[in-house]
Write a protein that binds this ligand. Structure first.
Ligand code: PHE
Ligand code: ZN
Length: 880
């Protein structure tokens, strides 16, 4: 474990390396406990740098077992090696030289899953962000790019497969039952994109012909016997390759593209050049074991990693502060891909729900940071929803501001100018300025100012003058280290919806620039006057969620209902329905908090039920309308002094009211939204299932018996329906015999499939109420649980702390104490996983005082221990 040094890295301190790395030649002799790594590195001193400067290489828990200079033993006094650095002195002033570094590492003992490790008998690597330094001493930073040659030597019987980046050079047999393979990657790359995989795996093969007619071999490697479950991933890969050619003009650049699925992985997947390594959860799927959501995730993540080949690999990041340059942009690209492959509005609704429930709380709490941070203590902790999802929103705003064609022109320029380079956010923005002639200086604040902007709107309609006046203000709340903020450039898409449902076309707009339907807010306050508006319009604001802001506008329910019925932007229709339901949810929570009886006026439900029943709308959209804001969303809207039990009780009361009012609608949806034919994971079929499953939930709530869900469980012929039926049973009737029977049947049927057992863990970990903690502790003893596997830990412990507000936030604080103990134990093995789990405490200050104090006590308990750099960073910032 790398413990904390307290050292903070600052963007302002960036400077290029003193030495230029020309070539990398690696030889691995694989052994589970003693793998020998020989790294031959050719360097020369950068022109204009200090001729006496030593070469400083990074390491992490390494021991040096040999060092040659130009093939000769290096004199002992010329270098110093510690576990985390190798310093070499007296190096040539200008001529190139070669260092040969030998290290011996233990993949079997690597429980952090960074560097070279073993997962179910497979050797694999994870080098982003700073894992390569756990393999050999190296200038481990993203602006050091070189071509790599890799030779892998291993026992042939145990490791028939030997893979690395680039194109295959050749291989052959070796002494003592060993064999070797050599790979060459001609594209200069930073070390974080290095990968090696060895072992015995099955393969699914296909090919793709690129737009210029080159044939690329496609291979997806999975455990033997699981090949049929990789078919969907392969299909998604081919669609991604085609889409990137058609939409971004990007062609693949090697002869082979490989994906390897491994079962122990800290993140979703990794874009190593030509050799993506995936968490098997995002590769394996079939109707019996994967839900519609799993299919959609696989499609999105396969696309995401593939798209990195251009946005991340061909053009990489100068330093880790620029992480959003590859991640925000690539998320934007995968969002666009999914929108094109599926339903654009439904995809947008899902994105915004995710942003609001994950990124908004991050941006409003102690872990808030800019999309491009300017300091960090542990880079692993900056793979955040702010860098990824808000980063994507920032890219989307550039596209909105420039319009489709100029955005495309800017992207083309970016690829042209920076191919082969390690770039910065400034480089990226400059390409759009050059392509459009627009000044994006103020816009760039989106990269540097943390916090979700609030936009307040007040409207006045003047019937005599037929004008509408909007007073619009923006504020950006203070965040850690940033007390005062400047006004941002906010592209606010809006529509003025008239009584007859049409959208008004103003004859003039004064007070702010308007392009198309987008108003450009740039000042702290604007007074915007629209003329030629025939009657008082309803205001549809932030259409398609054109900016990641909170809009405060006191909407009349009648206006919301009008928007819910008539907006041409489907996202805005959904937003209106949500806004109609929110007051009821908040009032109910407040009443429950005061111990008062909950009264619900269900008029708001009319609009929601009208949409749910509207055959002209796609089922997936109708299902979204029926999915109320989550308890975490309501907590955020309430804004503090939160009691999760009251929020839960209030939301339940609202659900029950809707279930009763809409009984007829839900009955007919349940009967009509049945599948036609066998299971297909396509978006339209998934939408029908989503709508039917929403109806199942409401019908069960109205009936208050497990019968219907038990029947659905028995009849389900796919995992989507099965998991939903089990969720309804377990969450609503945890002690019913039907639930016990279903849980037992599910466990027995899928005992051999860890990814399905993860769903079983997750469903139980999220059963609301005080009983959840005991259940989670009991499940930790289940034979399928494995504390060393991140997917298992996230499904049980992660689901409990992130997705069970009442269970985790028990009034006696036992949930927080449990988390603190988990963190300390997991940290000793896998700091990244522990740090990620601890971010579940990021909103502790929003809790009512008694719970907040218990949460703080648990955090302090963690803070007092010896910790990894990862957990130290999170706990300190969370308590600050
Ligand atoms: N770069 C990966 C992605 O988003 C995420 C990742 C980061 C994976 C760090 C592993 C380690 O595509
Ligand atoms: Zn990524």
């Amino acid at each position: 474990m790398r413990t904390d040094t307290g050292r903070i890295i600052h963007l302002a301190d960036y400077r290029p390396t003193d030495f230029v790395l020309e070539r990398v030649d690696l030889t691995f002799e694989l052994d589970p406990e003693a793998t020998k790594v020989e790294a031959r590195l050719i360097f020369h001193r950068r022109e204009g740098t200090d001729p006496a400067a030593p070469l400083v290489l990074d390491g992490d828990e390494l021991t040096l077992s040999g060092l040659l200079f130009d093939q000769m033993e290096m004199a002992r006094e010329r270098y110093t090696a510690t576990p985390d650095t190798l310093v070499v002195r007296d190096l040539p002033e200008s001529s190139p030289f070669e260092l040969t570094i030998t290290t011996v590492i233990n993949p079997q003992a690597n429980s952090q899953l960074m560097g070279l490790y073993r997962s179910s008998g497979i050797y694999c690597t994870q080098c982003e962000a700073e894992g390569f330094r756990r393999i050999t001493y190296f200038p481990d930073r993203p602006d050091v790019l070189a071509p790599y040659t890799v030779t892998i030597i291993a026992d042939k019987a145990a490791n028939p497969l030997l893979l690395s980046n680039g194109n295959y050079l050749g291989g052959g047999n070796f002494d003592e039952g060993r064999h070797f393979a050599a790979w060459f990657d001609p594209h200069p790359k930073p070390a974080y994109l290095f990968a090696l995989v060895a072992g015995d795996l099955g393969v699914v093969e296909d090919k793709f012909t690129t737009m210029s007619g080159r044939e690329v071999a496609l291979k997806i490697y999975v455990e033997h016997g699981k090949e049929p479950r990789a078919a969907y991933a392969m299909d998604a890969l081919k669609r991604s390759m085609k889409w990137d050619e058609e939409v971004f003009g990007r062609e693949y650049d090697l002869d082979i593209f490989m994906i390897v699925a491994v079962s122990d992985f800290n993140m979703g997947a990794m874009e190593n050049k030509g050799l993506n390594v995936f968490n098997d959860k995002y590769v394996l799927a079939d109707p019996e074991t994967a839900t519609d959501a799993d299919y959609a995730n696989i499609e999105a993540i396969i696309a995401h990693e593939y798209f990195h080949n251009w946005t991340g690999n061909r053009i990489t990041c100068r330093d880790w502060f620029q992480l959003c340059l590859k991640e925000g942009l690539t998320v934007f690209r995968d969002h666009e891909f999914s929108a094109d492959q599926r339903s654009r509005p439904v995809k947008r609704i899902a994105e915004v729900r995710h942003l609001r429930s994950e990124q908004f709380p991050e941006d409003a709490g102690p872990l808030a940071h800019p999309v491009r941070p300017d300091k960090y203590r542990e880079i692993n902790n900056f793979y955040t929803t702010t860098v990824y999802e808000k980063g994507s929103e920032v890219t989307r705003m550039i596209a909105t501001i420039l319009g489709r064609d100029l955005f495309k022109k800017g992207m083309d320029l970016y690829f042209e100018r920076h191919d082969g380079e390690a770039a910065t956010v400034e480089d990226f923005v400059r390409c759009f300025e050059a392509a459009s002639g627009r000044d994006l200086g103020q816009f760039s604040l989106w990269y540097n100012q943390a916090g979700t902007p609030h936009v307040s709107v007040a409207a006045a309609y003047d019937a005599a003058g037929k004008t509408l006046t909007l007073e619009i203000g923006q504020t950006v709340p203070p965040t850690p280290g940033q007390a005062d903020k400047k006004p941002m450039h906010i592209p606010l898409d809006l529509a003025l919806v008239l009584e007859d449902g049409t959208i008004a076309a103003p004859t003039s707009v004064e007070g702010a620039e308007m392009t198309g339907s987008v108003l450009h807010l740039k000042e702290a306050r604007h007074k915007v006057i629209f003329t030629g508006i025939p009657s008082r319009p309803a205001l549809s604001l932030n259409r398609s969620f054109s900016a990641p802001v909170v809009v405060r506008y006191d909407q009349k329910p009648a206006d919301l209902a009008l928007i819910a019925r008539h907006e041409t932007d489907l996202f805005s229709r959904w937003q209106a329905i949500t806004d109609l339901a929110l007051p009821a949810l908040k009032d109910a929570a407040r009443a429950a908090r005061k111990g008062e009886a909950i009264q619900i006026d269900v008029t708001f439900a009319d609009a929601l039920l009208a949409v749910a029943a509207d055959p002209a709308l796609e089922p997936a959209f109708r299902a979204q309308a029926l999915t109320l804001p989550s308890e975490a969303d309501i907590a955020r809207e309430l804004g503090g002094d939160n009691d999760p039990d009251a929020i839960h009780a209030g939301r339940e009361a609202v659900l029950t009211a809707i279930a009763r009012t809409g009984a007829e609608t839900f009955g007919s949806l349940y009967d009509t939204m049945t599948p036609d034919g066998g299971y297909s994971p396509d978006a339209a079929s998934a939408g029908r299932r989503a709508l039917r499953n929403a109806a199942l939930l409401y019908r069960t709530i109205a009936a208050d018996t497990p019968a219907l869900a038990a029947e659905a469980f028995a009849k389900a012929d796919n995992m989507t329906d099965l998991a939903q039926a089990l969720t309804v049973l377990a969450h609503r009737f945890p002690e019913a015999p039907e639930t016990h029977a279903a849980l037992a049947a599910f466990e027995a049927r899928f005992a051999e499939n860890a990814l399905v057992i993860d769903k079983w863990f997750q469903i139980q970990a999220t059963i609301p109420g005080d009983g959840a903690l005991a259940r989670v502790m009991r499940l930790k003893g289940n034979r399928h649980f494995n504390e060393n596997n991140p997917n298992r830990v996230r499904s049980l412990v992660g689901a409990f702390v992130f997705s069970n507000p009442t269970g985790f936030n028990r009034a006696d604080g036992a949930g927080y104490r449990f988390l603190s103990e988990e963190i300390l134990r997991i940290d000793a093995k896998n700091p990244q996983l522990a740090a990620r789990l601890l971010t579940s405490m990021r909103s502790w200050r929003q809790l009512e005082p008694a719970r907040a104090e218990l949460a703080r006590t648990a955090l302090v308990r963690v803070e007092r221990e010896v910790l990894s750099n990862d957990v130290r960073d999170i706990v300190d910032r969370t308590l600050k």
